[in-house]
Design a protein around this ligand. Structure first.
Ligand code: UDX
Length: 442
């Protein structure tokens, strides 16, 4: 099929390349000319395992191209809208200006019968509003949320857990003929994963929009729940990791996303739960998702807790002490530092007068732009040398699996390790002479 993808950020660039790999003829459009140049040269503008290979393959076969001219979207059967919806600067709602701007530009190329498929995460009600303008030119709107995780984006796009398609429905919630046609076209786009058993849910606009924010709200809640347990563990001497293992054996609960530590960050979960709460408030249902504010609070408290642990471990103050922070990305397998809990911890320690050195296998360039006051060292061992305390904030394999306590002891006389992701074995570090501090562990 002929597809256009409007917006070539994390979501759009991966979607465009993945759709080409499924055999479609794809043009990716973005107003950022530099990004278009990089993508056209087969270069991923961000760190995402497997993306470069997919770009190269698509560009070589000619099934994939990129352009900054919106008119190049003309002729596509389906136009995927994949622009960002960041948090507004002066509040917690979602900023829809990129969605509206992209839609305005797209309108001039839409032909009757075209389908516009929204992928961006939007406040519920946005699709119904956009449908009016799309319908006015004889095209049809569908909402097709994306659930990709950074670091696994290629896999999540090519073989998703589920495909959700929100279409126009009538007064009793049944898809209209126009809605059925849009759903059929989208099912054709995803025929490869669907034929291998991926569940497909056809629903109305509001449900499709809510599926995405509800999924992110649930994941954020799961993480904050275990972090709340960590807070209780800290005053009772319990071990939250053992607790998570034990409750995780219950299939109804499950162990995934019960990793207690310095909490969640990134370009999605924090802003999505805030936008959800703001939208619920507008809808007169703020009380229904009041708990999301508590989840946000718990999440932010864990950063403060990590800072406090470093202070405690260094005798009450970090002023003038050398602290090495392992990690800057908001999670491993990513160079993304948006709302990174680890980088925030590093900046707070710096603010308290610590001499902070940050290292990360992928995110140093991005981190430097956000927190230029910190000093960055590429080489892990050089970063650790002579540190008074070491703080793990991003559980990259380079630290979690490949860094032994004995090796660290050979690099520095400092004997403090603060494990912000509960990734290390406390016994190993204690045996090597370290004071080990975990999050919610004795
Ligand atoms: C998330 C959703 O998982 C994805 O479905 C959605 O499309 C976009 O938002 P992503 O932002 O890539 O994806 O990150 P995710 O893997 O969900 O991790 C989010 C944050 O939670 C990270 O900072 C991570 O370190 C933290 N986390 C995750 C925990 O603190 N504990 C856990 O157990 C799991």
């Amino acid at each position: 099929m002929k597809l256009s993808v409007i917006g070539c950020g994390y979501l759009g660039a991966v979607h465009a390349a993945a759709m080409a790999s499924l055999g479609h003829d794809v043009v990716g459009i973005d107003i950022d000319e530099q990004k278009i140049r990089m993508l056209s040269d087969g270069e991923a503008p961000f760190f995402e395992p497997g993306l470069t290979e997919l770009l190269e393959a698509g560009l070589t076969t000619g099934r994939l191209r990129f352009s900054s001219d919106p008119h190049d979207a003309e002729g596509a059967d389906i136009h995927f809208l994949a622009v960002g919806t960041p948090q507004v600067k002066d509040g917690s709602a979602a900023d829809l200006s990129f969605v509206d701007g992209a839609m305005d530009r797209l309108l001039s190329v839409l032909r009757p019968g075209d389908v516009v498929a929204g992928k961006s995460t939007v406040p519920v009600g946005t699709a119904a509003r956009l449908a009016h303008v799309v319908n006015a030119v004889g095209a049809t709107l569908a909402w097709n949320p994306e659930f990709l995780r950074e670091g696994w984006a290629v896999k999540d796009t090519v073989s998703p857990d589920r495909v959700v398609i929100g279409v126009e429905t009538d007064a009793v919630g049944a898809p209209t003929p126009r809605g059925i046609r849009a759903a059929d076209l989208l099912k054709e786009v995803y025929s490869a994963p669907l034929s291998s058993g991926t569940p497909c849910i056809i629903t109305d606009y509001a449900t499709a929009e809510l599926v995405k924010v509800a999924a992110n709200a649930f994941l954020a809640t799961k993480i904050s729940f275990i972090n709340a347990m960590a807070e209780i563990a800290e005053v009772t001497g319990a071990d939250v990791t053992t607790l998570a293992d034990a409750i995780g054996h219950d299939e109804r609960i499950g162990r995934r996303f019960l990793g207690a530590g310095i909490g969640f960050g990134g370009g999605c979960l924090p802003k999505d739960i805030r936008a959800f709460a703001a939208r619920a408030e507008e809808l007169g249902r703020g009380a229904s998702v009041d708990f999301l504010r508590s989840m946000d609070d718990i999440n932010m408290r864990r950063r403060a807790r990590a800072v406090h642990l470093v202070e405690e471990a260094l005798g009450g103050s970090v002023f003038g002490r050398r602290v090495t922070v392992l990690g800057a990305a908001f999670k491993p397998h990513s160079d993304d530092v948006r709302d990174s809990p680890g980088l925030d911890v590093a900046a707070r320690l710096h603010g308290l007068g610590a001499i902070v050195t940050v290292t990360d296998p992928a995110a140093i360039d991005n981190a430097r732009k956000v927190s230029p006051q910190l000093s960055y060292v590429e080489n892990r061992d050089d970063a650790i040398r002579d540190a008074d305390a070491i703080v793990l904030v991003t559980e990259w394999d380079q630290y979690r699996r490949q860094l032994s306590a004995v090796h660290v002891a050979s690099l520095t006389d400092g004997r403090v390790i603060v494990d912000g992701r509960n990734s290390f074995d406390p016994a190993e570090w204690r045996a090597a002479g370290f004071d080990y501090y975990g999050m919610g562990r004795p």
